[in-house]
Design a protein around this ligand. Structure first.
Ligand SMILES: [Cu+2]
Length: 147
């Protein structure tokens, strides 16, 4: 009699375990589709924020707006990336693209918006800056930190 009860309990437990496993697998796709969105404002003459923190492997979407009166851009010379997608702005890739290093360049005129979506693959600190003459020296730069 007792053994039967134990068996039933065991059966319920394993049912519970498989139910949990089902939950995990069904929530996994939505977790993967999760995107870390970061708003980046360009001003005369600075970025807001000046530090961006992301985790390796997560999908990051940088939403840019040029809220200044001058043209600005967001540039990273080299950063290992799994993939990258850019929309908006003057996303000219033939700009500095001689070496085929992974790099970002999003140039925006006043009031324009742009978006870069990417996956960082290597932890580290990557400097971003504005490539307009004099802007970087004037303090228009920051750090993208991948942990
Ligand atoms: Cu600038």
């Amino acid at each position: 009699m007792r053994r039967a009860v134990v068996l039933v309990l065991f059966g319920l437990l394993s049912l519970g375990v498989t139910a949990c496993a089902d939950d995990d697998s069904s929530s996994a796709p939505s977790a993967e589709a999760e995107v870390r969105e970061v708003s980046v404002m360009m001003r005369d003459i600075a970025f807001e924020p000046t530090a961006i923190e992301v985790a390796r492997g997560e999908t990051v979407r940088l939403n840019f707006e040029n809220g200044g009166a001058l043209p600005h851009d967001f540039s990273i010379d080299s950063m290992p990336m799994g993939r990258m997608e850019m929309t908006g702005g003057m996303t000219s890739n033939g700009h500095g693209g001689h070496g085929s290093e992974s790099a970002m360049h999003m140039a925006l005129a006043t009031g324009e918006h742009g978006m870069i979506e990417f996956e960082a693959t290597e932890p580290g600190e990557y400097v971003f800056y504005c490539n307009e003459p004099g802007h970087r020296d004037a303090g228009m730069h920051g750090i993208l930190r991948v942990s």
